[in-house]
Design a protein around this ligand. Structure first.
Ligand code: C5P
Length: 313
């Protein structure tokens, strides 16, 4: 009897430390996501507004997917203790034998590829701060898809918070009231601001749907997070190549795949890849809505930095 008690006591301790670990990853990944988000948008905006040779954003989407997938393959290799046979068996079973599961990832992957390309359009046409605030509408779309696809229920207070968010985003869209300034800006900027806003709105819908769909796949099966990201990356590279060929095919044939790549472009790629992996961890250990509110914090950071770096008013 005594030993049973000790056993139960020990189990509780293990459970406690597991919970602690779980909680730690959840909050560490959320904080990292805030920092990653703020620095990514600023670096992206910087690389798209500099004079000189402008790189093809469609190629960075592919390189990012490739970096993410390679990182996940390395993590799986380490998890398998460096045993090549076990590693290859695991990948073959996970990707080929379970092909039905692999194909389920084609949907979020295709949507993310479109979204990742649209983000460049948005960031090139809107200021970093306007982009960041408008992109927060994805919290609203995420909540709607959580209700529709995951059957989650939101309490009144949460709906109210979402409504406030919507009003906040609408206020940011109100143009300056100075008529001369507005008229001057109209010819040069209104067209691109419109393009930027459409790109953001489509990205919000795509982010909400793909995020919730991925959460459903991840939490509805026992397959590892890293394997899921390899599957996502395989389709990501494929769809990315199609997008690149359609949009920039001819120019890339002439100028080359890595045309205009600078250390800042590589920084954007590194931050994007790191962010993608962080999103996956956050979705697994927390959820999509919490992810949305955490990234909202990055608005404050990127707005303040925008004032100093780009003279944003
Ligand atoms: O803005 P949002 O949170 O929707 O951005 C998600 C980003 O994370 C996308 O760039 C997407 O490609 C990436 N992602 C990923 N792996 C996942 C989920 C998302 O790389 N498992």
């Amino acid at each position: 009897m005594a030993s049973v008690k000790v056993e139960i006591g020990r189990e509780t301790d293990t459970e406690k430390s597991e919970k602690h670990w779980f909680c730690n990853i959840k909050y560490i990944s959320l904080v990292l996501l805030v920092l990653q988000n703020a620095s990514l948008i600023l670096t992206m905006r910087y690389t798209r507004t500099q004079a000189g040779k402008l790189y093809f954003s469609t190629t960075t989407v592919i390189v990012t997917e490739f970096v993410k997938m390679s990182t996940c393959l390395c993590i799986i290799f380490i998890q398998k203790g460096g045993n090549v046979k076990e590693y290859l068996n695991y990948l073959w079973h996970g990707i080929v034998t379970e092909a039905r599961d692999t194909f389920k990832l084609a949907i979020p992957s295709g949507i993310y590829t479109i979204q990742n390309n649209l983000l460049f359009v948005a960031v090139s046409n809107l200021s970093a701060a306007t982009f960041q605030v408008s992109y927060q509408l994805k919290i609203l779309t995420t909540a709607l898809f959580c209700v529709l696809l995951l059957g989650k229920r939101l309490v009144k207070m949460q709906w109210l918070a979402l409504l406030l968010l919507f009003v906040g985003v609408a206020i940011v869209q109100i143009q300056p009231s100075d008529p001369t300034k507005a008229a001057q800006e109209k010819t040069s900027q209104s067209q691109s601001a419109y393009t930027g806003m459409v790109a953001v709105l489509v990205s919000c819908i795509s982010s909400g749907f793909a995020g919730v769909y991925f959460e459903k796949i991840l939490k509805g099966s026992s397959a590892s997070l890293w394997l899921r990201n390899v599957q996502l990356g395989l389709f990501g590279v494929f769809f990315g190549l199609i997008g690149m060929w359609m949009k920039d095919g001819d120019d890339i044939m002439e100028k080359g795949f890595f045309f205009g790549y600078t250390k800042y472009v590589w920084t954007v790629i590194g931050l994007q890849a790191f962010g993608g992996l962080l999103v996956a961890v956050v979705v697994k250990y927390a959820d999509n809505i919490l992810k949305g509110f955490a990234t909202s914090l990055s608005i404050i950071i990127s707005t303040v930095v925008s004032v100093y770096l780009f003279g944003f008013t």
